[in-house]
Design a binder for this molecule. Structure first.
Ligand code: ATP
Ligand code: MG
Length: 772
């Protein structure tokens, strides 16, 4: 047996060794589904399958890169490079570029991000003179998005009176018209939105049998990770591509399906067996990620869901510590607790910042965590939220770049035609827009012909417009031969963007210049990286595609050591030794917007299951007693999910002594017979001490199990006296040499160069060192 196959257990090896046919691996979190996909690809290649014939679809591009690296280690780098791996969006964007002309798109089509799409929709609502309070642009966008993901085209929409009726019922009878106009404007701008990347791929495969055959023959082996979260549009693409050879392997966990709100369809997993001939079903049961405590606690939660496939998950790992539950007064306290706990754990257990993750239900919760981490000087990184590429100054530069690649791109053009100011005002823009509609041309084309059209635009403005177009064209010419960095650098300088910010002189202006520098550095790295690839050249078009399709995870360069902060949705597939799940409160998690039906509540519960199963060694659950929501301080109630975890796996902490009152008495939240209505009554008003009722016997039993908030400061385990030059040994980092010592008493630190860990600064109070 090949050595790498020994790194799998029997159950994992079976789907890896089944070379052909359709197969599905259904298994709980941490059981090695992603590992099976990775090893399966290596095995296929070892059996002579050409990597060009393997297509593998993952949840993030980062996951794809990691898999590729692992495979490269097994089969060699040069072969692994040729694998097609990535997210649905990035893989099919590539294919669409090859085939764009068939669908009437330019091959340099722009990919509109959510912001761009919403901006187009907002303009349409305005142009149609609709009430913007009824037609909220974000709502309209997500409605259109869900139509697209269900493959309901504009034509299909108008053929189905029920859809129109449903929209009329929600007071939006003209939604169909907005949809139609939106599609037309995008098409005219040579732009596809995110959903189009899937919709148009479906269109391509349906309408052009020769194209379908080409890709069916190309992708003889198809693998899909996180199959439970594929939507209808993705499902159909996979089905069409795999129809001929039926060599398809999907892995997933119905208990981790968390994207139904975005159209993911769990039936894709449930119906898989009907979709292909002779489907082999595999199950994995052993979890390698987490401690017994975490695995059992997670099982006890997911058990509460009625809709689920029965699964067994067990682990041979250590029992591990119990899950710590803590109640804090406010989100500020919650942040401080988490930051202190990370600090302690890092010191006591010699962990790195990157070993910790803080997970929350909504992005807004990150602020309190950030404040506390900053105060403790713990480096962190936030994933999601407003991404780097969506910052104003970055988007400005990118808009120039987009426009020079695709002059039809109206969103880009509108953004920068008068930024920095060139004296091209709104009236002029309106005239250009109207002319564009009249002649069926884009604004850029109208400007190109401005001297021959009578648009009542005065001569001096015409000159400004001509200058603008000529500048963009000169960039386009440059981009034909130069790499992405050269073009972007020229754009930043020649357009006056950087000078404009320099003039500004405020700290914000300076920060913006730094961001632009960071962007340029990023582009430089990208160009260097691309040059090493077989089928890439570091062009601007490649860079823009990379940016447009970067998922939130992909900006992790992994080169520095930080605590990770992200929503649970983003954490799917990841793992961390320590996980803090914060804000476990009713109305927040489960979300107040997702408690109307059983299926919504079950999705929230799966989300909790996903969160908990990210933890390898220890999990923490926290909630607050009051929290600012929509600008008001409201009483918070502990999440039902806390009660749902079997209490034998939990360790309840009492809040620290410096709290305003001793909540020891107010323990009925952990009582055996939890009655929510009573709970609400018994909750103390802010500032007033809670009624001092005597705890019941069962409460007392629980109280005795409580433990103090912060672990006892460890006594100096290290009586040894260290000096610079000493040779020491550390449990994890091995042998090392002391480089420097500073601080006194409790704070004494040593800088040590370890054989296995490089240079580390350790607090001697906690570092378990041996002198050798
Ligand atoms: P999730 O459902 O969260 O996506 P998963 O089923 O994809 O989880 P993996 O991420 O593949 O699980 O594996 C979880 C962890 O267990 C990883 O760190 C992986 O390297 C490790 N692991 C899996 N199988 C084995 C094995 N046979 N031996 C040792 N480690 C393993
Ligand atoms: Mg996985």
């Amino acid at each position: 047996m090949e050595a790498y196959l020994a790194e799998l257990n029997d159950a994992q090896r079976a789907p890896v060794l089944q070379k052909d046919g359709a197969m599905i691996v259904i298994a709980g979190a941490g059981s090695g589904k992603t590992r099976v996909l990775t090893y399966r690809i290596a095995y296929l290649m070892s059996q002579g399958v050409d990597p060009f014939n393997i297509l593998s679809l993952t949840f993030t591009n980062k996951a794809a890169r990691e898999m590729k690296t692992r495979i490269a280690k097994i089969v060699g780098n040069s072969e692994a490079k040729n694998l097609w791996m990535g997210t649905f969006h990035s893989i099919f964007a590539k294919i669409l570029r090859f085939e764009a002309d068939k669908l009437g798109y330019p091959s340099n089509f722009t990919i509109y991000d959510t912001q761009d799409s919403q901006s187009v929709i907002r303009a349409i609502i305005k142009d149609m003179r609709l009430d913007k309070d009824v037609y909220k642009y974000k709502q309209v966008y997500s409605r259109i998005s869900s139509y697209k993901n269900s493959l309901i085209t504009v034509k299909a929409y108008f053929q189905n009176p029920e859809l129109k009726e449903a929209d009329a019922m929600s007071k939006k009878p003209r939604l169909g018209e907005i949809y139609q106009e939106y599609v037309e404007r995008c098409f005219k701008a040579g732009a596809m939105d995110f959903d189009d990347l899937l919709l148009k791929t479906n269109e391509l495969l349906n309408r052009f049998p020769e194209v379908l055959h080409k890709y069916q023959n190309r992708f003889r082996y198809i693998l899909v990770d996180e199959y439970q979260d594929t939507n209808h549009s993705q499902y159909l693409i996979v089905k069409a591509l795999s129809d001929k050879f039926q060599n398809i392997c999907v892995v997933g966990d119905d208990a981790q399906s968390i994207y139904a709100f975005r159209g993911a369809n769990i039936n894709n997993i449930l119906n898989f067996q009907k979709d292909y001939d002779n489907v082999q079903m595999y199950r994995l049961e052993q979890n390698y990620r987490s401690t017994k405590n975490i695995v059992k606690a997670a099982n006890s939660i997911i058990e509460k869901n009625k809709t689920k496939l029965e699964k067994i998950v067990w682990t041979a790992n250590d029992e591990g510590p119990k899950i710590v539950v803590n109640r804090l007064l406010t989100d500020g306290e919650e942040g401080r607790f988490v930051a202190s706990s990370i600090f302690e754990n890092r010191m006591q257990n010699q962990m790195s910042n990157g070993d910790f993750a803080i997970l929350y239900r909504t992005n807004a919760q990150s602020r309190a965590m950030e404040d506390a981490l900053r105060k403790k000087e713990i480096p962190y990184r936030i994933y999601g939220g407003l991404s780097f590429y969506q910052r104003k100054e970055i988007k400005d530069v990118l808009s120039y770049l987009r426009l020079l690649i695709n002059p039809k791109d109206e969103e880009a053009l509108k953004r920068i035609i008068n930024y920095p100011a060139r004296g091209i005002g709104q009236t002029t823009m309106d005239r250009l827009s109207i002319a564009g509609n009249q002649y069926g041309k884009t604004i850029f084309e109208i400007i190109e012909n401005i001297d021959h059209l009578d648009l009542k635009i005065n001569k001096s403005t015409q000159t400004k417009l001509n200058n603008f177009v000529n500048m963009i064209k000169s960039f386009t010419i440059l981009a034909e031969n130069a790499d992405a960095f050269t073009v972007a650098d020229t754009v930043a300088k020649k357009t006056g963007l950087v000078q404009e910010l320099k003039k500004d002189g405020t700290p914000e202006g300076i920060a913006r210049i730094e961001n632009i520098e960071e962007l340029l550095n990023g582009i430089k790295d990208f160009v260097e990286g691309q040059k090493e690839l077989a089928d890439a050249d570091g062009s601007l078009a490649e860079f823009l595609e990379d940016v447009a399709l970067a998922t939130d995870m992909d900006k992790d360069t992994g080169d520095d050591d930080r605590v990770a902060l992200m929503t649970i949705h983003l954490a799917k597939g990841l793992e961390f030794p320590y996980v803090y799940i914060v804000g476990l409160e009713e109305d927040l998690f489960p979300s107040g917007m997702s408690m109307n039906t059983r299926s919504e509540l079950e999705e929230e519960r799966r989300l909790f299951y996903v969160a908990l199963t990210r933890a390898e060694k220890q999990a923490y659950l926290t909630y607050t007693q009051s929290r600012y929501r929509w600008g008001k301080l409201v009483d918070a109630e502990p999440s039902r999910f806390i009660e749902e975890v079997d209490e034998q796996y939990m360790d309840y902490m009492i809040p620290q002594d410096d709290y305003k009152y001793k909540p020891l008495i107010d323990t009925d939240i952990f009582g055996d017979d939890i009655d929510k209505s009573k709970l609400r009554q018994s909750k103390p008003k802010k500032g007033t001490p809670p009624p001092a009722h005597k705890p019941s016997e069962s409460q007392l039993r629980k109280l005795r199990k409580l433990k103090p908030a912060s672990p006892e400061p460890q006594k100096a385990t290290n009586a040894i006296k260290l000096e610079v030059g000493n040779e020491v040994e550390h449990m994890r980092f091995g042998k090392g040499k002391v480089l420097a010592i500073d601080g006194v008493g409790q704070d004494k630190k040593a800088e040590i160069d370890f054989e296995n860990g490089g240079i580390k600064k350790l607090l001697l109070r906690f570092a378990k060192l041996k002198l050798i």
